[in-house]
Design a protein around this ligand. Structure first.
Ligand code: APR
Length: 227
């Protein structure tokens, strides 16, 4: 039995990390075009680096929550891969083994010129003047709006193998990531854990668990491991 967990910002909300599109979320406080596009980085690299330094600091100060930890229990019984849209490292810190970061990871920096020059920086700030191997300015290893999603095909290939897919804490608003739920086999069983998603917006064979990630994940894992 192959299980794919597809996580979004909502899974980390109970750890104390803001989501993007809820009321008071990050995109209420910052404009995407100021901090999360290649153009923003060209125009005002200080502001973009500061925005992500702030995110990294916040992530370093919080811990995985019940939802992240419950997934590791699922891993003891099933073949589980996590495909996360999150740039935080809370799945790894909870102990999950197979985690694919679709939108990058905040503990890694990369060259702003050449793809593939990465540097692990843990929770350190990136400052103007910090250089990659190719002497270009380091930038966060984050997929910005308008950039390609290099892991998209890998993610789709993993999802095609899934017997069960659990989507947790994503508004499914951002493409191409959101389209991945449709890459599954026709007989894949889909569960969606989110306190706010409308049932009407989901395909009819999807089961909605209208709860916070911690409680919803615990209910579902009990159901899957007992039944
Ligand atoms: N438990 C579960 N879900 C929650 C919780 C919670 N405690 N709190 C909020 N949510 C849900 C919201 O109802 C919403 O559907 O999490 C979802 C968060 O949606 P977004 O903020 O849009 O986050 P996400 O879907 O991960 O965004 C996708 O957008 O800006 C980008 O690159 C960024 O990867 C991110 C992408």
């Amino acid at each position: 039995m192959k299980i794919v967990v597809f996580s979004g910002a909502g899974i980390s909300a109970e750890s104390g990390i803001s989501t993007f599109r809820d009321n008071g979320g990050l995109w209420d406080k910052f404009k995407i075009e100021d901090v999360a596009t290649p153009d923003a980085f060209s125009k005002n690299p200080e502001l973009v680096l500061e925005f992500y330094n702030e995110r990294r600091k916040n992530i370093s100060e919080v811990n995985p929550n019940a939802a992240h930890i419950t997934i590791t229990k699922l891993e003891q019984k099933f073949d589980v891969t996590i495909i996360t849209q999150n740039i935080d490292d809370l799945h790894e810190r909870a102990g999950s083994k197979n985690v694919l970061h679709l939108h990058g990871c905040i503990t890694v920096a990369k060259s702003s010129k050449i793809d593939g020059h990465y540097k692990y920086i843990a929770y350190d700030d990136i400052k103007i003047g910090d250089l990659a191997e190719d002497y270009s300015q380091l930038r966060p290893h984050v997929v910005w709006f308008g950039e390609e999603v290099p892991e998209l095909e890998n993610a789709a290939a993993i999802i095609q193998q899934a017997d069960i897919m659990i989507t947790v804490g994503s508004s499914l608003n951002v493409y191409p990531a959101a389209g991945l739920i449709h890459a599954s086999k026709t007989d894949c069983q889909h569960f969606v854990i989110d306190p706010n998603v409308e049932e009407l917006k989901l395909p009819e064979n999807f089961t909605l668990i209208k709860k916070n990630a911690g409680e919803g994940m615990s209910d579902l894992v009990q159901r899957l491991t007992l039944g």
